[in-house]
Design a binder for this molecule. Structure first.
Ligand SMILES: Cc1cc2nc3c(=O)[nH]c(=O)nc-3n(C[C@H](O)[C@H](O)[C@H](O)COP(=O)(O)O)c2cc1C
Length: 380
C-alpha cells in the first residue's frame, strides 16, 4: 500500500512526501514584489513534498490583478529569493507558477492604459480583473474586449515565458509550473470557441490550437530543462467564459501526449468539474467525463508524474495513488488554514476551516496567523 507520506522522486528531486501545496493567489505583495511575509507564509507550509507558488506574472501585460508577485524585474527576483532560501532552509521544495492572464485584465493594470491582449478578440463575459476604477480606487473591474496578439507578438510572449523561467531559477525556485488553467492565456489559445485567429496559432486545426502551449513548453525546457518544467491543465474547466467544446478529450489527450514525449517533471491536472468555490457559474458538471479522461492520461506519461488537485481528501488521494491514476495529491484551501497539513493528515488531526474573507489582500490576517495544531492544548 502506498501512502501520501512516503518520499517521491520527481525527475531526480526527492520530495519528502506525495503532498503538494496547490498554487494560490493571495494578493499580498506590495509593489508586486514578494517580501519577508511571503517567505514566512511559504516556510510555514514547507513540510509539503512540493509547494507550487501563487500565480506569478511573467510580464506587466500578463498581469490581471494587483498585488501579485511577478518574476520579470530584478527586484522581483530578489524578493523571490527570500522565499526560496527560507523554504529550502527547512527542507522544502518550491516551483513558481508562471502566469499570463491574457484577456482577463484591465487597462489600469497594463500600464499606458493599453488594452489587455489575447489569442482572441472576444471579451470574457462577466469576468472581473482587480485593478483601478475611474476614480483611481482599487477593486474588481470588468474586463474589456482584448486586442488580439499579432503572430510576432505571440512569439514575444513565448520568449517572455522562457525568460521568466530563467528568472525563477535565478530566484532559487526548484522549477516552474506553466499556468495553463483557469481561463487564462493558454486556454484562450486552446479553446476553439474563444480562439478566433487565422494564423498558425488559429483554431483551424488541433495542431494550430496546441501550438502556443507546446511552443511555450519547448522554450522553457530549452531554457531550464524538462526536469524542472511542468504545466497545470483543467480539462472541462469553464472559468472566465471558457465554453465547453466537442474536442475537449482530443485536445487534452494530444497535449498530455506531447508533454509525455518531452518528459516534463509533472503535469498538474485540476478538477473543476464539480467545483463551485471560485466559479459559481459552473453549474454544468462533467465529473464522469473528467475522470474517464484522467484515467487515460497515465498511459501517455511514462516518465512524467501526474498531480491532481480539486476537492481531495487523504482517503480519496491514497485510493487514486494506489489505483495508479495519480502520483501526487495537491491541496488548495486546506493549505490556507492548515500550515501543518501534512502532520494533520498523517495523524488524522482536525482540519481547520479557512476564512474566505481573507483569501485575498488582507495583509497578515488570514495569511501567516493560522497556527499549527497543538494536540496537548485540546487534550487537557
Ligand atoms: C484563494 C485561492 C487562490 C487560487 N489561486 C490560484 C492560482 O494562482 N493558480 C492556480 O492555478 N489555481 C489557483 N487556485 C486553485 C487552487 O490551486 C486549487 O486547484 C483549488 O483550490 C482546488 O483545490 P482544493 O479543493 O484542495 O481547494 C486558487 C484557489 C483559491 C482558493
Amino acid at each position: 500500500m502506498k501512502t501520501l507520506f512516503e518520499p517521491f522522486n520527481l525527475s531526480g528531486a526527492m520530495l519528502q512526501n506525495r503532498i503538494v501545496m496547490a498554487p494560490m493567489t493571495r494578493a499580498r505583495a506590495a509593489n508586486d514584489i514578494a517580501d519577508e511575509q511571503t517567505a514566512l507564509y511559504y516556510t510555514q507550509r514547507a513540510t509539503a513534498g512540493l509547494i507550487v507558488s501563487e500565480g506569478t506574472p511573467i510580464s506587466r501585460q500578463g498581469q490581471g490583478y494587483l498585488l501579485n508577485p511577478g518574476i520579470f524585474t530584478a527586484a522581483q527576483i530578489a524578493g523571490g529569493r527570500l522565499t526560496t532560501d527560507s523554504a529550502h532552509s527547512v527542507g522544502g521544495k518550491i516551483f513558481a507558477q508562471l502566469w499570463h492572464v491574457g484577456r482577463v485584465s484591465h487597462s489600469s493594470i497594463q500600464g499606458d492604459d493599453a488594452l489587455p491582449v489575447s489569442a482572441s478578440s472576444k471579451a470574457a463575459k462577466s469576468a472581473m480583473a482587480f485593478g483601478y476604477d475611474q476614480n483611481g480606487k482599487s477593486g474588481p473591474v470588468p474586463v474589456p474586449a482584448p486586442r488580439q496578439l499579432s503572430t510576432n507578438e505571440v512569439e514575444d510572449v513565448i520568449r517572455q515565458f522562457a525568460r521568466a523561467a530563467e528568472n525563477a531559477i535565478k530566484a532559487g525556485f526548484d522549477g516552474v509550473e506553466i499556468h495553463g488553467a483557469n481561463g487564462y492565456l493558454h486556454e484562450q489559445f486552446l479553446n476553439p470557441r474563444v480562439n478566433d485567429r487565422t494564423d498558425r496559432y488559429s483554431a483551424e486545426s488541433l495542431q494550430n490550437r496546441l501550438r502556443f502551449t507546446i511552443d511555450v513548453i519547448d522554450a522553457i525546457t530549452n531554457a531550464i530543462g524538462a526536469e524542472r518544467t511542468d504545466i497545470r491543465l483543467p480539462p472541462y474547466g469553464q472559468l472566465f467564459d471558457m465554453l465547453l467544446y466537442d474536442e475537449i478529450n482530443e485536445t487534452y489527450t494530444a497535449l498530455v501526449g506531447a508533454i509525455g514525449q518531452r518528459k516534463l517533471a509533472y503535469v498538474h491536472i485540476m478538477n473543476q468539474t464539480g467545483f463551485k468555490r471560485i466559479d459559481k457559474g459552473s453549474e454544468e458538471t462533467n465529473h464522469g467525463n473528467f475522470f474517464a479522461l484522467l484515467e487515460t492520461f497515465k498511459h501517455f506519461l511514462p516518465h512524467t508524474a501526474l498531480i491532481l488537485a480539486g476537492g481531495l481528501t487523504r482517503n480519496i488521494a491514497e485510493k487514486m495513488i494506489n489505483n495508479n491514476i495519480i502520483d501526487l495529491a495537491a491541496f488548495g484551501v486546506p493549505y490556507i488554514s492548515n500550515p501543518d497539513l501534512v502532520a494533520r493528515l498523517k495523524n488524522n488531526w482536525p482540519i481547520a476551516d479557512a476564512d474566505r474573507n481573507t483569501f485575498y489582500g488582507q495583509h497578515a490576517i488570514g495569511y501567516i496567523d493560522y497556527p499549527p495544531y497543538k494536540p496537548q492544548q485540546y487534550n487537557k
